[in-house]
Design a protein around this ligand. Sequence first.
Ligand SMILES: [Zn+2]
Length: 271
Amino acid sequence: MPEIPDLEAYATYLNKRLPGLTVVEAEAPIAWIVRAGREEFLQRMKGQTFKPVYRHAKLLLFPFESGDFLVVHAMLAGRFQYVEPKHRRRSKTAWILHLDNGMDLRYFDDRLMGRTFLVREEEFAEHVPRWTEMGPDVMSPDLDEDGFVAVMMKGRGMIKNIITKERMVAGIGNAYSDEVLWEAGLHPFRKRTDIPEEDLRKLFHAIRDTMAWATPIVTELTEEKGLPVRMYRDHLRVHKKGDEDCPRCGHRITSIKSGGSETNFCRGCQE
Ligand SMILES: [Zn+2]
């Protein structure tokens, strides 16, 4: 699933290319992914001019000069392509925007779990699921250390579950939750009520530092190799590094799988 550094990298990549371009024609081969419906999508997208793309939580937002937005929740397998029209279409291509510079912006989703919404900003609350229930974006400049601690104090249960819960703070997924907890030296299964406030403050900075470290790495890889099908994750320190050595203390990294997702951490330096 694309997470904060991945989505920020998409935005940077697309913003070098899309702003100012206009949609000549739209297609929606898998129209039910688009919550506006095929006819409305095709009609309403024609003639739209791109403004800069940005991320909010795990959503990528494409604003247009008309005031319309495409809001994309890519879920596990939603991916973008910016390619020439002759480029072979992937079978699970859900929508295509033909642009006035001769290129295509495409969205495909091999698991067909993602969703695209064509809405105006005032309709986000009504049409984008969970928009109003979402907690603050974890990178928001409006969220400071005290605000983060206040949100965490409302959480019950294991710290990994709390920081990945969109209702608490939005944007952290499974991969980067492992990374930020490693950075903070916190065991992912530790109960929030057992964590002193001082360590929650440390966690806030670990989150910001980890994203600030990973985002330029992923951004550079995206520019160099293109928009990814598989996320660029080789740089991570613990996630999916089970049985490798912890880069901080040398202890063997633990891997625990449950319900299709994997948690990795170091028993040597995460308490
Ligand atoms: Zn370690």
